[in-house]
Design a protein around this ligand. Structure first.
Ligand code: PGA
Length: 256
């Protein structure tokens, strides 16, 4: 069996001032900052990247951003480049989150440009895909996920594909308390792995980590994380408190 190190990523969204962020990180680092059984990534807002990065120094916890622009510099008011994130020692960047797709009209084509720019700058994209409730009810979940996957990965070579982390996030499960059943989640995770096999060959596909996201909590995590193709979680609400986030890291450690 392939051993893929589990990854638990916290997506803080638009929450926490820099001071609040440092307080939260200190608690997380004290609890899980020395372990290396599970990869842990924290994705604070841009304004806290530097202070959180400093608070993470000397720990095993990594730093991620929630978005970035695909150009390297220039007249793009309000935007942040991959090089700027790298300069703050970020290693990961969430791309294509459904909130970006919905509220900021991000298309697969745009997300694809960001994925390529991130990889070019040695940042690992945490690429989010997932269907809306209407799409699930219409029976088009797999088609939607296939289209998003193929379009967002266009131009990504076999050599860099294992650096992409996937997050399957059913839109109807994000922040709603409605978690996908383990069977629903595993079905889509397995399907994504199959697509990656077709795109990049099986050995490459086996290396890619596919996280589940959408109301993952300490109570439902063990069952989800025990699924063959669920290799971690992208956590929103439950990442905003040290206790629940640490419990999630521990849940992932327990199923290593
Ligand atoms: P949630 O968010 O855990 O609050 O559902 C997950 C996400 O949006 O990444």
């Amino acid at each position: 069996m392939t051993t893929r190190k589990k990854l638990i990523a916290g997506n803080w969204k638009m929450n926490k001032t820099s001071a609040d962020a440092v307080a939260l990180v200190s608690e997380i680092v004290a609890a899980v900052g020395k372990q290396s059984d599970v990869d842990v990534v924290l994705c604070p807002p841009f304004t806290s990247l530097e202070s959180v990065g400093r608070a993470l120094e000397g720990s095993t916890v990594k730093l991620g951003a929630q978005n970035m622009h695909h150009e390297s510099s220039g007249a793009f008011t309000g935007e942040i480049s991959a090089a700027m994130l790298r300069a703050l020692f970020a290693t990961h960047v969430i791309l294509g989150h459904s909130e970006r797709r919905t509220y900021f009209a991000e298309s697969d084509e745009l997300i694809n440009k960001k994925v390529l720019a991130a990889l070019k700058n040695q940042l690992r994209p945490i690429l989010c895909v997932g269907e809306t409730l209407a799409e699930r009810e219409a029976g088009s979940t797999l088609k939607v996920v296939q289209t998003q996957t193929e379009r967002c990965l266009e131009g990504v070579g076999r050599d860099l594909a294992p650096s992409v982390v996937f997050a399957y996030e059913p839109v109807w499960a994000i922040g709603t308390g409605k978690v996908a059943t383990t069977a629903q989640a595993q079905e889509v995770h397995g399907f994504i792995r199959g697509l990656l096999t077709k795109l990049f060959t099986d050995p490459v596909a086996q290396k890619v980590r596919i996280l589940y996201g959408g109301s993952m909590k300490p109570a439902n995590a063990p069952e989800l994380l025990a699924q063959k193709d669920i290799v971690g979680g992208l956590i929103g609400g439950a990442s905003l408190e040290a206790r629940s986030f640490v419990d999630l890291v521990n849940a992932a450690t327990a199923v290593v």
